[in-house]
Design a binder for this molecule. Structure first.
Ligand code: ATP
Ligand code: MG
Length: 560
C-alpha cells in the first residue's frame, strides 16, 4: 500500500525496537492518529498519518483513527467526514478501529474519581486570573491553592455537582495535585476538568464538565491499548504529565502502558499549516473553500491534482526528526512531477490562443496525425490528433519583433508543429483599431511530416497547437502561492495574501482527445506542466486546474 515497510529506520523505530526487545506491552506495536475535528487535514497531518499508519504497517501492528473531540465548542460532523475521506484517500485503513475520545467520557470521569479518592485531585474555586497568579513563573515557584487540601469527601461531592451542571462555566475546576514548585509548569497542579455548559456533537447536552487534553489523551491511548503515542514536539514538556496520569491510574488495569514520543512537525515554505489560520482563510473568503486548490489541505491538494502516491513519497523523503525545520515546497512539487511523469498522458492545450492559418493547406481537409501518449512510458500507446488549415497556437509563441535567440515563430522564419509539419510565417493580420494581432498566416512544407522527405530538416523551435474546428474549449486555472512571501506567522492576510495566486484563463483550446475527461484525471500539457480536471468540469466546457509547472527547481538544486 505504501512504501513504508521498506523505509530506513528513524529514531522512533529505534525506540520501538528497544521496547520490542524488552517485551514491553507484549511486544505489540499499536499507534493512533488523533485529529481534533475542528478543521480539514493539511499536509502536516499527512506526515503524522504516514508516520502513525506507516509505523504500524512496518511492524505488522495496528493504527487507530481517533477523533480527539474533547473540546465541544468547535467540533463539527463535516470535519469528521472530511478527515475520514482524507485518510482513506491517502491509502490508509483503520479497519474497524475508529474511535472518539468522547466515547470515553464516562471512563475519564471514573478516572478522575479515582484520582480524587487517592488524594491526587481536588476541586479548586480560584478564578482563572487567580490561578494564573498562583501558578508562578519559569523562575519562581507557584503558590498552593487554598482549596488544595479539601477532604476527599468534599471533593467527591463537589465534582459530582460539577457534573450535574450546578455551577457556572469557569467557576470551578478539578486539578491534579502534583507539585506547585515543579520546574515544569505543566506539573503545577494542572486542570484536568472544567465546567462547560456546551453542546457536544456526539454526547449532546449530557455533560456539563469536559476533560482537558493532557488528561484525556493518555487515558484514551491506554484504553485503546496504544503502545506508542506519537505527537509533535510542542508536547515534549507535557510528557511528565502524560506519564503521571498513567502512573496514578495503574489500578485501572488498562490494556497497555503507552509512551509518548515527540517528533518535529512539518513546516513548508510558502504555506501556512495551522488549522485556525486555514479556517480564517475560508471564512474570510480569501479562498473558495477548504478544498481550494491553493490550500495546503489534503482536500485542496487532491482537487489540485496531487496523487496519494506523491504525498506519501514526500512524507517518506522528508523523514522524521527531533528538531523543527522547514521543508522547501519545491520538494513536494518535485514528488508530484516524478509521479506524474510516468503516469500522465501528454496532450496539447493552447492556453492563450491566437489563430494561425496555413494558406497553402487544402480547405476542408482534416488529417489524423499520430501522437505518442507518453514518451516516458511507450506502453501508454498513441492517439490521433486532427490537423487542418486553421489552428491555434500560444500568443507568446509568436513575436513580430523578436529578440535574439527567440526560436519560436517570427515573420519569415520556420518552426515545427509537434507531430505535424514545418511551417513558415508569411504575414500577420492586425485589428485596425487596437493594433492587436488577430491572425498569423503561414505556409506549410507538405513533405515535412514525420517520415516525409524533409522531416529531418534542422528546425530550432517546436510548438504545440490545436486544430481550431475540433478543439474543445476550456477554462484553465493557473496557480501561484497563496502568500506573497513566507508568512507562516503572519495573521494579517490582507497584507500577506497574493492577489495573483489564481489566474483564470477562460478561452483555452484543448485537443479533442480530452473531451469529456472525468474529474480528477491528470494530464501533462506539452511544454506547460501538469494539469487535473476539476469536479466542476462539464462535457461542454472543461475546467482544469494547474497542478505544477514543468520546471523542477528542486531537482536542479540537487544536481548543482
Ligand atoms: P493545527 O495546529 O494545524 O490545528 P493540531 O496539532 O492542533 O494542528 P490535530 O488535529 O490535533 O491538529 O492534529 C492531529 C495530529 O496531527 C496530531 O498528532 C498532531 O501532532 C499532528 N500534526 C498536526 N500538524 C502537524 C504538522 N504540521 N506536522 C506533523 N504532524 C502534525
Ligand atoms: Mg491539536
Amino acid at each position: 500500500m505504501t512504501t513504508s515497510p521498506n523505509l530506513p529506520a528513524n529514531f522512533i523505530d529505534s525506540i520501538i525496537n528497544e521496547d520490542l526487545q524488552n517485551n514491553k506491552n507484549d511486544s505489540r506495536v499499536h499507534t493512533r492518529f488523533p485529529p481534533e475535528p475542528n478543521g480539514y487535514l493539511h499536509i502536516g497531518h499527512a506526515k503524522s498519518i504516514c508516520l502513525n499508519f506507516g509505523t504500524a504497517n512496518k511492524y505488522k501492528g495496528l493504527c487507530n483513527l481517533r477523533f480527539d473531540d474533547t473540546n465541544p465548542s468547535k467540533e463539527e460532523v463535516e470535519y469528521v467526514d472530511s478527515i475520514k475521506a482524507d485518510v482513506e484517500w491517502l491509502g490508509f485503513s483503520w479497519d474497524d478501529r475508529m474511535y472518539y475520545a468522547s466515547d470515553y467520557f464516562e471512563k475519564l470521569y471514573q478516572c478522575a474519581i479515582l484520582l480524587i479518592k487517592n488524594g491526587k485531585a481536588y476541586v479548586c474555586d480560584l478564578t482563572a486570573e487567580q490561578m494564573r497568579e498562583y501558578r508562578g513563573t519559569l523562575v519562581e515557584p507557584g503558590k498552593e491553592s487554598p482549596y488544595r487540601n479539601r477532604s476527599v469527601e468534599e471533593n467527591l461531592e463537589l465534582f459530582q455537582r460539577m457534573r450535574e451542571g450546578e455551577f457556572a462555566d469557569g467557576s470551578r475546576v478539578l486539578r491534579a495535585k502534583i507539585d506547585m514548585a515543579s520546574p515544569n509548569l505543566n506539573m503545577r497542579d494542572p486542570v484536568v476538568y472544567r465546567v462547560m455548559h456546551a453542546h457536544h456533537h456526539r454526547t449532546g447536552d449530557q455533560w456539563s464538565i469536559y476533560p482537558m487534553y493532557d488528561f484525556a489523551h493518555p487515558i484514551s491511548d491506554a484504553i485503546e491499548g496504544i503502545t506508542h503515542s506519537v505527537c509533535t514536539l510542542e508536547f515534549e514538556d507535557h510528557r511528565p504529565l502524560y506519564d503521571w496520569v498513567l502512573q496514578e491510574l495503574t489500578e485501572m488495569d488498562f490494556p497497555s502502558r503507552p509512551r509518548q514520543i515527540e517528533f518535529a512537525r512539518l513546516n513548508l515554505t510558502k504555506m501556512i499549516m495551522s488549522k485556525r489560520k486555514l479556517r480564517a482563510l475560508v471564512e474570510q473568503g480569501y479562498v473558495s473553500g477548504w478544498d481550494d486548490p491553493r490550500m495546503p489541505t489534503i482536500s485542496g491538494l487532491r482537487r489540485r491534482g496531487y496523487t496519494p502516491e506523491a504525498i506519501r513519497d514526500f512524507c517518506d523523503r522528508i523523514g522524521i526528526a527531533k528538531s523543527n525545520s522547514t521543508v522547501d515546497i519545491a520538494m513536494l512539487e518535485h514528488c508530484i512531477r516524478e509521479d506524474l511523469n510516468a503516469k500522465a498522458p501528454r496532450v496539447m492545450a493552447v492556453l492563450r490562443p491566437i489563430k494561425l492559418i496555413l494558406d497553402n493547406y487544402p480547405e476542408g481537409q482534416i488529417e489524423q496525425l499520430e501522437a505518442e501518449n507518453n514518451p516516458e512510458n511507450p506502453e501508454m500507446g498513441t492517439r490521433t490528433i486532427p490537423f487542418s488549415r486553421e489552428l491555434y497556437i500560444e500568443q507568446d509563441d509568436f513575436m513580430e519583433d523578436p529578440p535574439k535567440k527567440f526560436f519560436r515563430l517570427t515573420p519569415g522564419k520556420e518552426v515545427r508543429l509537434k507531430y505535424a509539419y514545418i511551417i513558415k510565417c508569411e504575414s500577420i493580420v492586425k485589428d485596425e483599431a487596437t493594433g492587436q494581432i488577430t491572425e498569423i498566416h503561414c505556409t506549410y512544407d507538405p513533405d515535412s511530416k514525420s517520415g516525409g522527405p524533409t522531416a529531418g530538416r534542422k528546425i530550432k523551435g517546436t510548438l504545440h497547437w490545436v486544430s481550431a474546428a475540433q478543439a474543445v474549449p476550456g477554462i484553465v486555472r493557473l496557480y501561484d502561492y497563496l502568500f506573497r512571501e513566507d508568512s507562516q506567522d503572519n495573521d494579517d492576510f490582507a497584507a500577506a495574501f497574493n492577489p495573483d495566486s489564481l489566474e483564470e484563463l477562460t478561452d483555452c483550446m484543448i485537443e479533442p482527445s480530452m473531451a469529456g475527461a472525468s474529474a480528477g484525471s491528470r494530464y501533462q500539457f506539452l511544454r506547460q506542466g501538469y494539469f487535473c480536471v476539476d469536479p466542476l468540469s462539464t462535457n461542454e466546457k472543461l475546467v482544469i486546474n494547474q497542478i505544477v509547472g514543468l520546471r523542477d527547481s528542486w531537482a536542479k538544486a540537487q544536481k548543482a
